[in-house]
Design a protein around this ligand. Structure first.
Ligand SMILES: [Zn+2]
Length: 119
């Protein structure tokens, strides 16, 4: 899917909103699980919604993609994956209070993912 320029102010606002939120997926508690080279699963902060992304087909299973042809998951997955990897490496090296990764939300989300349970 190719991103078209906005046709009107509402579309421009919507796109700006999606773009902003795409940059904050990690801080908002989203987690990414890579299935293979092109297929990713993004789980929301509550752990109750999963979106299946294909980087090959530039698709996502969320409603926003179906309606608007783009979404925060698709625009933000690369940054989410990078930040998540950086954060996990950071945790493995030991905790550093000076770095802020939006920890409160992220830790809960990480715990939920690693424990696979409702906490
Ligand atoms: Zn999406």
């Amino acid at each position: 899917m190719t991103q078209q320029p906005p046709r009107n102010i509402d579309e421009a606002r919507l796109l700006a909103n999606i773009t902003t939120r795409a940059q904050r997926l990690f801080q908002d508690g989203y987690t990414l699980t890579r299935q293979d080279e092109h297929d990713l699963i993004i789980t929301n902060d509550e752990g109750d919604k999963r979106y299946y992304l294909s980087t090959l087909f530039e698709s996502c299973t969320c409603k926003c993609m179906a309606i608007h042809g783009t979404c925060k998951h698709y625009l933000g997955w690369r940054k989410l994956e990078e930040t998540q990897a950086e954060y996990e490496a950071h945790l493995l090296k030991g905790y550093d209070e000076s770095e802020d990764y939006g920890r409160a939300v992220m830790e809960e989300s990480l715990l939920r993912r690693t424990c696979g349970a409702n906490i």
